[in-house]
Design a protein around this ligand. Sequence first.
Ligand code: PLP
Length: 445
Amino acid sequence: MLDKSPAPPAPNDLAAFWMPFTANRAFKAAPRLIAGAKGMHYFSTDGRKIIDGAAGMWCCNAGHGRAEIASAIGKQAEALDFAPPFQFGIPQAFELANRIAALAPNGLDHVFFCNSGSEAADTALKVALAYHQINGQGSRIRLIGRERGYHGVGFGGTSVGGIVSNRKMFGTLLTGVDHLQSTYDREKQAFSKGEPDYGAHFADELERLVSLHGANTIAAVIVEPMAGSTGVLPAPKGYLKRLREITERHGILLIFDEVITGFGRLGYAFAAERYGVLPDMITFAKGITNGAAPMGGVLVRDTIHDAFMSGPPNAVELFHGYTYSAHPLACAAGLATLDIYRDEKLFERARALEPTFADAVMSLRSEPNVVDIRTVGITAGIDLAPNGNGPGDRGFAALRSGFHDHDVMMRIAGDTLALTPPLIASDDQIGEIIDKVARVIRAVA
Ligand SMILES: Cc1ncc(COP(=O)(O)O)c(C=O)c1O
């Protein structure tokens, strides 16, 4: 029998919640607790106003506490809390899919909804495998990702992902997976603004994998147009185009994971538009609801979608989906969010702000231990040299110092500080973030 304490938990007892991707013991010893948010700021439970240099987690592109989104969610909850998404539908799901498809490059006309970036990655990989099956090419079962790629934490996304700490404890993962090399070469690319000049040739590695495995065994390649979670690694100039040429030549599907880059982060609805490259699928999440409700999805080329629409009309075409696919509250949040992006021209705003943002971040170059800075869109990675306690310790110290002592929130990836503020940031607010980050970098020197 379970021996449970009869006493109810204390209101601020932090023990029960096993926090995701968190140093739990360090957090619980000195918590970073958030009570509210508005515009460019978070409010901590001890009453401090903390400027958001991270758009939450690359989510809140329109800033926090948007009344339009909150009201849309509230109204939707009263009108319709839930409807089964299998064999039934809600009008808002169709409307939202149409709106997203209209923002995407021509040809990406269909949307499969799920609840997160991880589910979106796994969905796209499954669609790729299934597509080849129904297209008479069932030998195409290999999936190719990239070192330093992040595609969430499902078994599919983890397998094609290229972060050793995310992989090494979880066995063999999916078999038949291979990886391209990362596009980052500090020696040749350090302190690049925007896409580095060097590195288009990293795409040619795919030809090597094709020679090794045979094109007829490869289903899909999945990459982020800008690798975010491993420290902001923009695609080198020409790299994505070359990847598209090679995949097309060999009948391999190309998936862009735009969970971060979707919805304005790089100044366009999707990075595919910025780079003039048409992938076969685009995954998205985060910015679709401005972070206000969990939602993800996959944009799919019409040719792929249509291939599934060929069997008996009463038969399910794809045996895949989630109880909360196109959840009414998420659809309402998504529609309200897209209205804001459109009405406030936030994608265009991000594009216009990019040079100012890049110059501001590059001003940190002379701060102690800064060994590289990369910027693209409204996103930057600042690499700090590791301290004597090993990789990641200085980065974590910076995260804590930022929150507790300098009232700035940022993301970290090891010893890289990632800045990715909401797209509503003013020049002054960008200046404030940079000023605070400079003080943090000095504090952890
Ligand atoms: C490119 C990319 N793909 C997938 C994911 C996973 O998204 P989620 O945490 O919503 O599952 C992330 C999350 O940061 C991401 O950056």
